[in-house]
Design a binder for this molecule. Structure first.
Ligand SMILES: [Zn+2]
Ligand SMILES: [Zn+2]
Length: 249
């Protein structure tokens, strides 16, 4: 009798593999592993590695020399958070995967994306961090039915073994879309638009917070979210995004 459920489960898994062989999450071709990309799509997906801006994770030219470097944007713009990383550059397959997660019902992307976020965030993770998504306004949430950032933050928290608080932050007011605005317009549009959920504040006070979003463009939304956390008593805020819109890409 001992161990029988495990044997049954293993048998069930191989039966499922026969029925549904693992597919590439990007092109649908059969792959060797579950929840991943085939070799060809892997090569076409701009994963970020090497020297990056310590505040936003954008790739930088040059070699890593063990000290923090910053991109031009992060030297100029107010970044209320401490450190940031991103898994992908927002172009080619990186863009395609983000859009699939945002607009399609592609919840199968969550698990690989969680693993990519975990790898990217590794240098900035701290024990006891509280992981939380950047909030979507409820009206948009209603239309879209889910917040892609919350799906990402949940997947990341699970692999990283950190606490997750999906409703730590709320949209205090409705903000029109950021699309089509220049950088100053984006910052003005979301300033003060995010606040900490009054009933979740206790979980966050004096704690390091890791904010998760799908894409970082200007960083305005992340700045509004980080400011809300710090104003409500977070010890520190760091950020991680699935993709970073990088200049010249
Ligand atoms: Zn593929
Ligand atoms: Zn930067």
């Amino acid at each position: 009798m001992m161990g029988e459920p495990r044997v049954l489960r293993a048998g069930m898994q191989s039966a499922l593999r026969l029925l549904f062989p693992p597919q590439c999450i990007s092109c649908g071709e059969p792959t060797a592993s579950d929840f991943g990309l085939c070799g060809e799509c892997w090569r076409q997906t701009p994963f970020i590695s090497g020297l990056v801006c310590d505040r936003c994770g954008t790739p930088l030219p040059g070699e890593e020399e063990g000290r923090a470097e910053y991109c031009d944007d992060c030297l100029i713009l107010a970044r209320p958070w401490e450190r940031g990383r991103s898994a992908l550059v927002y172009r080619d397959n990186g863009r395609k995967l983000v859009l699939a997660l945002k607009h399609g019902d592609r919840l199968d992307l969550a698990r690989p994306a969680g693993a990519w976020l975990h790898r990217a965030a590794q240098p900035i993770l701290r024990d006891g961090m509280l992981v939380a998504p950047v909030p979507l306004h409820w009206a948009r949430l209603f239309r879209r039915r889910f917040n892609q950032s919350a799906i990402l933050s949940k997947a990341l928290a699970r692999v990283a073994g950190l606490d997750h608080c999906p409703d730590l932050l709320l949209r205090a007011r409705r903000t029109p879309s950021q699309d089509g605005r220049d950088r100053d317009g984006r910052f003005a549009n979301v300033a003060g638009a995010i606040r900490v959920h009054p009933r979740r504040r206790g979980r966050m006070v004096n704690r390091d917070v890791l904010l998760v979003d799908d894409v970082m463009t200007s960083g305005a939304t992340l700045a509004a979210a980080a400011e809300a956390c710090l104003a409500a008593g977070a010890a520190s805020v760091s950020v991680v995004t699935l993709a970073r819109v990088a200049k010249d890409s």
